[in-house]
Design a protein. Structure first.
Length: 126
């Protein structure tokens, strides 16, 4: 089983391996937002989209200049991607991650990514 991650070329998590995703648009169903975001960021069509978990991340970055950092609420989805990966200008270095590779590079990943990937790999095994 394999999962795809990319290196982020923007904040937060600049330079970190991450999953594709981002803010959603008001008035559009969540699953449609996810499919649209993935298409924009890496050119893949999603099939078999499934919500895995909802979690929260805390960032030290302060894009709103209120000196409190930033919190995000994350809806963790998994899906099958179809097509050729063509990344936008906010991402680079796509990586196909197997469980073996994940175990080898786990210490290099952000705690959110570790949690997400552990949940995703467990889901894919079942």
């Amino acid at each position: 089983m394999q999962l795809s991650i990319v290196k982020r070329d923007n904040v937060p998590a600049f330079g970190e391996y991450w999953v594709i995703g981002g803010r959603i648009q008001r008035g559009i169903p969540m699953e449609e937002n996810v499919k649209k975001k993935v298409k924009m960021e890496c050119n893949l069509e999603l099939k078999n989209l499934k919500l895995l978990n909802i979690c929260r991340t805390y960032w030290k970055t302060d894009p709103f200049k209120h000196c409190k950092g930033t919190d995000t609420i994350n809806f963790m989805y998994i899906a099958d991607g179809e097509g050729d990966i063509k990344l936008d200008n906010l991402h680079s270095n796509p990586l196909i991650l197997t469980q073996e590779l994940f175990k080898k590079m786990k210490h290099l990943l952000h705690p959110y990514m570790i949690d997400f990937l552990e949940i995703a790999f467990t889901h894919r095994e079942n």
